[in-house]
Write a protein that binds this ligand. Structure first.
Ligand SMILES: Nc1ncnc2c1ncn2[C@@H]1O[C@H](COP(=O)(O)OP(=O)(O)OP(=O)(O)O)[C@@H](O)[C@H]1O
Ligand SMILES: [Mg+2]
Length: 221
């Protein structure tokens, strides 16, 4: 469903040039739970950003269901992102001035759904992640694990087929981490969502359907 071919990403500033990804060929298959591993700075977040159409490659192609995204207009890209992708960012990226429910509703603001439908959906996903009792709280009033669950609720609020999760347990203690992993596995197995997850945790990666490893911008396995 997402196919990367000869993908290269170079970040250029006036003085520095960083090759973040080099010659990456990778296909994400429908329904799989893919782990992306590798040392800090090897390009994992860059890879997720390119898969998620949040950034453009320097060269190479990103295909979605066989269609080269280079030929798509901004509107089409945004529509795809909105309808089919859910993001869990490396640090939760919750908006601190909005309560939990309003944070979770954010991806639905761009949909043609009524305010009451939005609220219903947000309440349903909050229940799914076990946080109904925190709906009116603000992010600063929550633990790290709870914030991450809100971030996951927000990511699935728009019912995306593909979930891109960047170190979803990175900031959590091991018990919270296990809970979040159980939640992700449930979303994969029971709801059939395709998941691409960046992780530094070998045990977590072993439980997923496939692991790809990067080193210095190149896929090594
Ligand atoms: N916006 C940017 N501008 C310039 N260089 C960048 C930018 N984003 C990332 N880089 C560089 O690209 C390389 C890959 O970064 P990336 O964030 O993808 O790594 P990562 O594997 O996700 O690391 P970590 O495990 O620490 O999150 C790094 O050398 C980084 O410094
Ligand atoms: Mg990263």
């Amino acid at each position: 469903m997402i196919k990367l071919t000869n993908l290269q990403k170079i970040y250029r500033t006036r003085e520095i040039e960083t090759v973040a990804l080099e010659n990456v060929n990778l296909e994400v298959r429908r329904g799989e739970f893919l782990s992306v591993m590798g040392p800090s700075g090897c390009g994992k977040s860059t890879l997720l950003n390119l898969m998620g159409l949040l950034d453009l490659p320097t060269s190479g192609t990103v295909e979605i269901d066989g269609v080269n995204t280079a030929g798509m207009r901004d509107k089409e890209l945004a529509a795809f992102r909105n309808r089919r992708l859910g993001f869990v960012f490396q640090s939760f990226h919750l908006i601190s001035s909005l309560n939990v429910l309003d944070n979770v509703e954010l991806p639905l603001l761009y949909r043609k759904v009524s305010a009451s439908e939005r609220r219903k959906r947000a309440e349903a996903v909050l229940e799914q992640v076990g946080l109904s009792h925190r709906a009116r709280h603000f992010p600063t009033q929550l633990s790290g694990g709870q914030c991450q669950r809100v971030a996951i609720a927000r990511a699935i609020a728009g019912d995306p087929e593909i979930l891109l999760a960047d170190e979803p347990t990175g900031n959590l203690d091991s018990k919270m981490g296990i809970e979040i992993m159980e939640l992700l596995h449930r979303l994969n197995r029971e709801e059939g969502r395709t998941i691409v997850m960046v992780t530094h945790n070998e045990a977590q990666a072993r439980q997923t359907s496939r692991v790809v490893r990067f080193f210095d911008g190149r896929q090594v396995q």
